[in-house]
Write a protein of this length. Structure first.
Length: 269
């Protein structure tokens, strides 16, 4: 890994091997390949391939340059995966092609759940995708989420229960609470994940008895909303642009369903 320390993360390297993008002395590499020293190692990220059909799915672009883009992800669509309808497949039609020499198919560099709304970061060049992946792995991207939770909560706290046998940590602060005939108490909560485990915020809040409103997987069965969506919103990203070195700080407007429960504009400055 030493020769790739500034270019590719361990997880990205494993993906490259699995997708047959890495060769050693001209032969496809495997995870069982042993390196003796002196080999010629090449990493190839293919350019966009022609699809049999095109996904028509307009996205709101919050920021874009030749290296990266920041978009608004609506609820009800996967970020990536085997499905045809994904953010990854919709990026090409919504973003301007990069003019740089290593331009490639735009690719999301982190995930948001199917029902989660908010801000999402994508790379537009091979070097940008690698750099952004490394920044996430090194925890150099600050993310802030907001959720509506059920039940009485402490004003603030830290949750550090393990997820999939891995250490994880999230902090929260309650901005407002309102009594509810059906739910007892609803809270507008600011969330700051310190690690990036799958479904981390949802699992953490459920673990302290305050599941996210509308969470069908980790909520209380009798309190699941039908057709209202999940009240989890990726509000902001802060990071140092890996190429221009500009301080980046962008936010994504809240869905209307949040505004119907709490005066968002007053509570969040």
């Amino acid at each position: 890994m030493g020769i790739f320390s500034a270019a590719i993360t361990k997880s990205a390297l494993k993906k490259a091997i699995k997708k047959k993008h890495l060769t050693i002395n001209g032969t496809l590499a495997t995870t069982a390949t042993f390196i003796h020293g002196g080999e010629r190692i090449a990493l190839y990220i293919p350019e966009e391939t022609t699809a049999s059909k095109t996904l028509i799915f307009p996205l709101k672009v919050l920021f874009e340059d030749d290296y990266l883009a920041i978009i608004y992800k609506p609820a009800g669509i996967l970020v990536s995966g085997n499905s045809f309808k994904t953010i990854a497949n919709a990026l090409v039609q919504n973003l301007k092609p990069s003019t740089l020499s290593d331009a490639t198919k735009p690719q999301p560099v982190h995930r948001l759940d199917y029902a989660t709304t908010g801000i999402l970061l994508a790379g537009k060049t091979s070097s940008s995708i690698r750099a952004l992946n490394k920044m996430f792995e090194d925890k150099e991207v600050a993310k802030t989420y907001y959720a509506v939770t059920i039940g009485t909560m402490n004003a603030e706290g830290e949750i550090s229960t393990t997820i999939d046998d891995k250490p994880s940590c999230s902090t929260y602060s309650v901005l407002a609470s309102a009594p509810s005939e059906r739910f007892g108490m609803l809270n507008l909560v600011q969330l700051d994940p310190k690690t990036g485990r799958r479904h981390q915020l949802r699992k953490h809040l459920a673990s302290i008895g305050n599941p996210i409103l509308g969470d069908k997987d980790y909520g209380t069965a009798s309190l699941i909303l039908k057709g209202k969506g999940m009240y989890l919103h990726a509000y902001s990203l802060q990071f140092l642009h890996p190429f221009t070195e500009k301080e980046m700080s962008l936010t994504a407007n809240f869905p209307e369903r949040f505004r119907k429960l709490f005066p968002i504009d007053i509570l969040i400055k």
